[in-house]
Design a protein around this ligand. Structure first.
Ligand code: C5P
Length: 227
């Protein structure tokens, strides 16, 4: 497979992001730009990261009425991003509108199911009686039935989702830690190789790369660990 590593540019300024991106671009498959960097620096940071030649995953997790989400996806497509996220809990009409706006050649629209920060009690408070695992599966099936071709999921969700989703659905997985690296606030982690073996298509990796003493070497070591 081509390089499945998506390096999260979880830094607050364009300068830091571009220094990091230029250092590691040859060792990764794509960069993730999230809310912190995008809200601080705007679409210009997308253009400048794209200029390194790497693909961009714009992780803004859209969740709004269908018309608004469709327009946001269209704007992202104009910025030439390759992947973006929407909340699957926005419902079928919103998900369809997002996918239609992306079209066949636009960005891969990824559905976010249940945030990994949420537990059973959080779901119950929202009036949801399913377990988190059941709700993840429910929303994953809702999203793919609405036409989405990709989902973000935790390492533990890869195998169960692979069992119920069409094989062509791409799974993008954060919570990745190379053996021996601190897990930080990630509670359920998996090594890069194990996540790929379980069926992940893309690995979102933040601190193990950007907080490493030598981010380029860290990214290369992860790549090599994938065989
Ligand atoms: O530093 P670390 O490798 O934990 O970063 C993981 C990245 O993936 C961060 O940008 C984080 O926001 C994102 N993410 C996550 N868990 C989720 C969804 C997204 O860690 N469930």
């Amino acid at each position: 497979m081509s390089n499945p590593i998506i390096a999260a540019l979880d830094v607050p300024t364009a300068n830091e992001a571009l220094t990091l991106a230029k250092a590691i671009a040859p060792a990764v498959g794509a960069f993730k730009i999230g809310k912190e960097l995008f809200v601080a620096e705007g679409p210009d940071i997308v253009r400048r990261v794209r200029d390194t030649g790497a693909a961009v995953f714009l992780d803004l997790k859209f969740h709004d009425i269908p018309n608004t989400v469709a327009k946001a996806v269209t704007s992202a497509a104009h910025q030439d991003v390759q992947m973006l996220t929407v909340h699957a809990s926005g419902g079928t009409a919103m998900l369809r509108a997002a996918q239609e706006a992306a079209g066949g050649n636009g960005p891969l629209v990824l559905g976010v199911t249940v945030l990994t920060s949420m537990d059973q009690q959080d779901l119950n408070e929202l009036g949801i009686q399913k377990t988190p695992a059941e709700q993840v599966r429910h929303l994953a099936q809702l999203a793919t039935a609405a036409g989405l071709r990709g989902l973000v999921c935790s390492p533990q969700e890869i195998a169960p989702l692979r069992g119920v989703l069409p094989a062509e659905v791409q799974l993008v997985t954060p919570g990745i830690r190379p053996a021996g690296i601190a897990s930080g606030d990630q509670k359920r982690v998996m090594t890069p190789a194990d996540a790929i073996t379980a069926g992940a298509d893309w690995l979102v990796i933040g601190r193990p790369i950007y907080a490493a003493e030598n981010p380029r070497e860290a990214a290369e070591a992860i790549r090599e660990s994938l065989g």
